[in-house]
Design a binder for this molecule. Structure first.
Ligand SMILES: Cc1cc2nc3c(=O)[nH]c(=O)nc-3n(C[C@H](O)[C@H](O)[C@H](O)COP(=O)(O)O)c2cc1C
Length: 281
């Protein structure tokens, strides 16, 4: 909840000049927040020179020269991005709880238009095992549905060009790994929300991206696991067990664990076509 403290406000007008007529009006120089319009973007908190506007009455962090100097620059950020890789082989080693919390709570700094997203941290090995079993059943069913009849696979391939890559991946998980959750996965971070509320699905992806980068910065390996997302969303019992409301869905799953891979090169990244002003044909 955005909170305004009249006793701190110096009526400087900064917030009003920014928001007057939109999510704010004024009364004798004091701002009045229109809570019906406010989407808690927190820009008013960011610009108030006197910290008279806060979230839940907790003062924000004052930006000082020292803080500006401590902000990482382009080189550090690009280095972090270049080091990111999805981890497919995890080491049998626990991630300390405070590191898990750091990764999960970094999501609060992601661009987020929807304020009803929760993160569920699954670090109980028995719960991870239950999710694995549920996913295994789901993938088995899906595999049967997609590949037991040739005409069906042919039909799907019209829309889904990568169907045979998916088939290979499914076969590897079902018959070689015999698990969907990767061995030694230490934690599953589930991003949960109501996908019917506009912007929720998108916001969830930004939360995931933010957590991925935090994990990289803490040398924790991670992988997005859409297979688990689909499996959980299609299993009412598991959703219930995890305490996920009927109206809500898992919008993304990030598996965490220390990497046991020996990465010795940084590939050049994925080819992204870059156009200026107009897409070429
Ligand atoms: C939307 C999305 C869903 C993914 N789901 C899975 C998954 O279910 N299982 C898995 O092993 N990897 C999954 N991944 C990770 C991809 O396999 C990985 O991103 C891809 O191989 C590229 O490797 P990189 O992330 O190291 O660049 C997913 C990635 C994305 C973007």
């Amino acid at each position: 909840m955005i909170f305004f403290d009249k006793s701190i406000c110096k009526k400087c007008g900064t917030c009003i000049s920014y928001f007057d007529g939109y999510c704010m009006t004024q009364d004798e120089g004091y701002p009045i927040i229109d809570y019906e319009v406010c989407n808690q973007c927190q820009k008013c908190i960011a610009i108030c020179p006197y910290q008279a506007i806060t979230m839940n009455n907790i003062p924000p962090t004052k930006i000082t020269d020292e803080l500006i100097k401590s902000k990482i620059g382009y080189d550090e950020l690009i280095s972090l991005l270049r080091f990111r890789r999805s981890t497919k082989i995890f080491a049998k080693r626990d991630i300390p709880k405070d590191i898990i919390s750091k990764i999960a709570s970094s999501a609060k700094y992601a661009p987020n238009q929807n304020k009803n997203i929760d993160i569920l941290v699954i670090d109980d090995p028995s719960m991870i095992q239950i999710i694995d079993l549920c996913a295994l059943k789901f993938v088995k069913r899906l595999y049967k549905l997609m590949f037991s009849l040739k005409p069906i696979s042919k039909f799907i391939s019209i829309f889904l060009k990568s169907i045979y890559v998916i088939k290979k991946k499914m076969e590897r998980d079902l018959y070689i790994n015999k698990h969907i959750v990767k061995e030694n996965t230490n934690v599953l971070l589930l991003v949960i929300g109501n996908s019917k509320v506009p912007t929720t699905e998108m916001s969830a992806q930004y939360l995931l991206a933010t957590m991925i980068l935090t994990a990289v910065s803490l040398n924790v390996g991670c992988t997005l696991m859409d297979s688990l997302k689909l499996a959980i969303n299609n299993n009412k019992k598991i959703k219930n067990k995890l305490g996920i409301k009927k109206t809500n869905k898992v919008l993304g799953v990030l598996a965490l664990g220390y990497s046991n891979e020996k990465i010795v090169n940084i590939p050049n990244g994925y080819e992204i076509n870059l156009f200026w002003n107009k897409l070429n044909d």
